[in-house]
Design a binder for this molecule. Structure first.
Ligand code: SF4
Length: 388
C-alpha cells in the first residue's frame, strides 16, 4: 500500500474498532489463542464473545474457555465484529466467506495483525508488531532448489556477530512494546554457534515483550550439548520442517534429532510442519508491470514476514534475502524503516510500515518475484535438493 496520509492511515479503522461491543475470533487454533491471550492480558476492553471455526469437529467445543461456533450460527449484528485469527497469507478464502455473508472488511471484520496493531497504537499508544524475523546466519546444510532464502545463490555464507544481533534486538525493543512472534530464523539456526547465547539474551531481557519466541529448523542438524542445555532452561518453541519425504536417506537421523528435541524441550514446544507442496519465488519470467500494478501485486501477495537487520525493518523478507544472496543489488532505502531515526512520534508510521505501507507501496523485487503462497503459480515439492 502506498502512503497517502502517513501516520493516519488507520484513523477510520480505529473509529470502527471503537464502536465494537464484542468480537468473535475466527479460528480456534494457535493464533486464536494468542489473540485471546493478548486481549485478555494486554490490550483489554473489548469483550471476546467466542470463537468461530469452519472445522465442523470443533463446533460446540470449549476453546480457551469460550464456545466455538460454526460460521452459520453468527450473523452480522450492530457493534459486533469478527477478528480473523490466523496468518494473513491464509485468509483470502475467509475474507470471501465473510464478504459473501454481509460482513464488511475493516468495518466489522478485521485481520488480527491489523486489529491488535491499531488497537495498541491508538488506544494504548504502544507499538505492537505481529511478527518479526531475526536471522543470525545464512549458513545452511541443505540446498533446496526452491529455498525462499535463495541459499543456492549465496556465494559467501556468513554468521552475524552476536554483538550486532544484540544491538539490533535492543534497538528493536526500544521502539516496540510487544511482539506476537519473534522468530530466530536462518539459514539453519542450529548451525549458528552462538544460538544458546542469543536465546538467553532475548529471554533475560525481553521475555515480557514477546508472546512467542520461536526458531525453525530443517530437522537434519543434530543439536549440540549447548543447544540441548539451553532448550531445557528456555521457553523457546521450535518449528521442525519435516523433509523426510524429500530426504529419505536422512530419515533415521531426522527421527533421532526430533526425539532429542522432544526430550529436551518437551513435546509441547515442538511444532511439526509438513507441506505437500511448496512454492518457488525465482527465477521465472514476470510481466512488466507499471507502478500501480506493482502496488497491487505487493498488496495481493500478503507476505507476512519482515526481517529486522542492521537497525532496519525490511518491507518484505524475500526482497531482503534476494539482496543478501546477491540476486539483486542493495535494497532501496525506501523499502526499509530505519529504527535509528525513529522517534516516539514515529509509532503510527512504523505500525503502518509493518502492515504494508511504504512510500512506493511495493518493493523492487516484486518485478522479478513470483509472489508468496496464494498468488504464486510455481508449486514444487518441498526440499528437493539441487542437482538431485
Ligand atoms: S511479490 Fe515477492 S518481493 Fe513482492 S512482496 Fe511478494 S514476496 Fe515480496
Amino acid at each position: 500500500m502506498k502512503w497517502i496520509n502517513k501516520g493516519h492511515e488507520y484513523d477510520a479503522v480505529f473509529e470502527n474498532i471503537k464502536k465494537l461491543e464484542g468480537i468473535y475470533l475466527f479460528g480456534a487454533g494457535h493464533d486464536g489463542a494468542m489473540v485471546k491471550d493478548i486481549l485478555d492480558n494486554r490490550y483489554k476492553g473489548i469483550k471476546v464473545l467466542g470463537f468461530i471455526d469452519n472445522d465442523i469437529n470443533k463446533k460446540g467445543m470449549l476453546y480457551k474457555g469460550l464456545h466455538v461456533y460454526s460460521f452459520e450460527e453468527i450473523k452480522p449484528k450492530a457493534n459486533i465484529g469478527i477478528v480473523i485469527s490466523f496468518a494473513s497469507e491464509f485468509t483470502c478464502a475467509i475474507d470471501a466467506q465473510l464478504h459473501k455473508n454481509g460482513w464488511i472488511k475493516e468495518v466489522n471484520f478485521f485481520h488480527y495483525e491489523m486489529f491488535l496493531s491499531v488497537l495498541a497504537a491508538y488506544e494504548y499508544h504502544q507499538l505492537f508488531i505481529p511478527s518479526i524475523s531475526i536471522l543470525p546466519t545464512t549458513k545452511c546444510n541443505l540446498r533446496c532448489e526452491a529455498c525462499l532464502n535463495f541459499t543456492t545463490y549465496i556465494k559467501h555464507f556468513t554468521d552475524r556477530p552476536i554483538e550486532r544481533l544484540k544491538q539490533d534486538i535492543d534497538l528493536f525493543f526500544q521502539k516496540v512494546d510487544y511482539v506476537g512472534l519473534l522468530l530466530i530464523s536462518g539459514g539453519e539456526p542450529f548451525l549458528y554457534e552462538e544460538l544458546p547465547s542469543l536465546i538467553q539474551y532475548v529471554e533475560e531481557h525481553y521475555t515480557d515483550k514477546i508472546y512467542s519466541l520461536e526458531t525453525v529448523t530443517n530437522g537434519t542438524v543434530r543439536p549440540d550439548e549447548k543447544v540441548l542445555k539451553m532448550l531445557q532452561k528456555s521457553r523457546l518453541k521450535i518449528t521442525v520442517d519435516d523433509y523426510r519425504d524429500a530426504l529419505p536417506e536422512q530419515s533415521e537421523s531426522i527421527e533421532c534429532n526430533l526425539n532429542l528435541l522432544c526430550k529436551y524441550a518437551g513435546r509441547d514446544r515442538i511444532i511439526f510442519r509438513k507441506y505437500d507442496e511448496w512454492i518457488d519465488l525465482y527465477p521465472f519470467p514476470q510481466k512488466q508491470l507499471q507502478d500501480s500494478e506493482l502496488v497491487e501485486k505487493y498488496d495481493s501477495c500478503h507476505v507476512p514476514w519482515q526481517e529486522f537487520r542492521d537497525g532496519k525493518l525490511f518491507s518484505c523478507n524475500y526482497a531482503a534475502f534476494a539482496s543478501v544472496a546477491e540476486i539483486t543489488g542493495e535494497v532501496d532505502p525506501s523499502e526499509t524503516y530505519d529504527f535509528t531515526a525513529a522517534t516516539k512520534g514515529s509509532l503510527k508510521e512504523i505500525m503502518e510500515f509493518r502492515l504494508g505501507y511504504s512510500e512506493k507501496g511495493y518493493v523492487e523485487f516484486c518485478r522479478q518475484c513470483a509472489g508468496y503462497l496464494e498468488i504464486n503459480e510455481h508449486k514444487v515439492r518441498p526440499a528437493i535438493q539441487k542437482g538431485s
